[in-house]
Ligand binder design. Structure first.
Ligand SMILES: [Zn+2]
Ligand SMILES: [Zn+2]
Length: 140
């Protein structure tokens, strides 16, 4: 079994199961965001319900975060190590490729929002940068 997978599950206090290990491995092997269907395509079997449940558990425990990239389907990206359950600390922009639809976490960028009017209470925010990824930029 993949040591990195077990280390993350242990670190985030998620009980290891066969499905959880396989789903997490998909994220580790392909460092871009995945939708439920993307994950389904990469697994040798298809069980939407258990994949969905696994994603929800991972999200609650700070293993992955949900991304709305405007494509209409929710995607999930792997969280940085410091994220903990119910306390997602990785509020970073995401890049979305207009051509292949790939979504990538831009972990090193920060979103700095200032001068929000006092009467507004911010619950959530996101920033999507649209463009062409490295694979799409040179082929025309
Ligand atoms: Zn692309
Ligand atoms: Zn992200």
């Amino acid at each position: 079994m993949n040591k990195e997978v077990l280390r993350i599950l242990e670190n985030k206090k998620v009980k290891a199961t066969a499905v959880r290990e396989l789903v997490l491995e998909v994220f580790l092997n392909n460092r871009f965001a995945h939708s439920l269907s993307d994950i389904e395509d990469k697994l040798p079997w298809s069980d939407r319900v258990s994949i969905y449940r696994t994603l929800k558990t991972f999200e609650e425990k700070g293993v992955i975060h949900q991304i709305n990239d405007g494509s209409g389907s929710s995607k999930y990206g792997l969280c940085e190590h410091k994220c903990q359950a119910t306390k997602h600390l990785d509020i970073h922009p995401h890049f979305h490729c207009n051509k292949c639809g790939k979504t990538i976490c831009l972990e090193k960028q920060e979103i700095n929002i200032q001068n929000i009017p006092d009467e507004l209470r911010i619950v959530d925010y996101s920033l999507i940068l649209n463009g062409l990824c490295s694979g799409c930029k040179d082929c025309n």
